[in-house]
Design a protein around this ligand. Structure first.
Ligand SMILES: [Zn+2]
Length: 156
């Protein structure tokens, strides 16, 4: 059976901030345990008026002793799982800031040549763009973001 639903590109978190699509978030499960995810979209079922939030699960990278692995600036390292989960809008607690773990990826400035027209002559210019290694699914939680991003997690 198919159900019609309305798609929302933003959700309001528990602490009243507006969270837009692709924003990293903190959410809680039924046991009030905090987790990291990326907000994808909100859905409202037309018949039941039930609202759900679609997120991508983000996992902490743990060492052999189940302790979080820290990367640059002592920020915890996390991994995008590609797993989608559905939660209730009131489980969304706050937003987070994730920074790509460029140090361990193949992110780099790429040089490319572009041709532009100057005074009816073709001129070649070199352009530099920073390209992130999209295969490298690791990020760091910017613990300095808004002062205290890690307060939701036990190890902070
Ligand atoms: Zn990068």
């Amino acid at each position: 059976m198919e159900e019609q639903c309305t798609v929302y590109k933003a959700v309001v978190s528990e602490n009243r901030t507006l969270i837009s699509a692709e924003t990293p978030i903190v959410y809680v499960d039924d046991q009030q345990q905090s987790h990291v995810g990326i907000f994808r979209q909100g859905l409202k079922m037309e018949t039941t008026q039930q609202e759900v939030v679609e997120i991508e699960r983000i996992k902490f990278c743990l060492d052999d002793n189940e302790q979080p692995i820290l990367g640059s600036f002592q920020c915890p390292k996390v991994r995008k799982t590609g797993e989608i989960a559905l939660i209730s809008p009131d489980q969304v607690v706050d937003q987070l800031c994730l920074i790509h773990d460029c140090a361990n990826g193949k992110c780099a400035f790429k040089e490319s040549e572009i041709t532009i027209m100057v005074e009816r002559e073709k001129v070649t210019r070199v352009k530099f763009t920073y390209v992130h290694d999209r295969e490298h699914n690791f990020y760091l939680i910017n613990k300095f973001y808004l002062g205290e991003s890690l307060k939701y997690f036990n190890f902070a």
